[in-house]
Design a protein around this ligand. Sequence first.
Ligand code: FMN
Length: 215
Amino acid sequence: MKIAINEQKPEHFRVSWEGQYEVFSHFEFVCGIPSALFAIGTYKKNGKPNVCFHAWSAFQGEGDGYYVILAGISKNCHTYKNVLRDKSFTVNFLSKDYYDALIKTIFHNKDEDNEFLAGGFTAGKAETVNAPVIEESFLTLECELAEARDLFLGSRTVLILGKAKRAVLEDSHAHRADKKYGPEGFMFNIHSPIDLKTGEGEVSAVATMKIEKLV
Ligand SMILES: Cc1cc2nc3c(=O)[nH]c(=O)nc-3n(C[C@H](O)[C@H](O)[C@H](O)COP(=O)(O)O)c2cc1C
């Protein structure tokens, strides 16, 4: 048996927080597609290093061009303005052990806050672009802004394309089927998948990977 959901949000879907279905499409919770979690590093206008915990993205390229596709950057956040101003950002992958520290940066998000201090992170400088790096990351991508556009006409979020200029990896995470794909590697966002029958679904989760088969 299959359950189909259309463009119109079903009425029995429970609203877990005000504005949930304006900020997100109901398909977000219907599909429950996990996405890699990482932190975007930029400088604020006052020069303070900024951290933005981020989920909805993709990574793809060909030949000499490898692109980070930030698929859902809110127009209200610092990061959007910082990236447009400096044309630079870093993408920092940290293990699940840093989840709580990354959440702290969200609660210390004023202009005058140093979000690296808030999360207890060590700030380094990217070599190829004007952006800070989180030294605790096992993988950092230094990116130069290639394009920014609204996701769709009138959208709250923008899609940002960054061209990767440099990748820096911890040695422990630089050897094929290694720590990248275990409890100390990439973490994923499982964003409140909804029970399609009862309409309930306020629980989110953080996941890591387990390799099932080498092929
Ligand atoms: C698990 C998780 C994933 C998030 N993913 C995104 C995202 O993909 N895009 C976004 O704009 N905000 C996302 N946020 C919210 C931002 O982290 C938050 O608004 C942050 O304070 C913005 O930082 P800034 O204003 O310094 O840029 C996420 C938050 C959490 C907890």
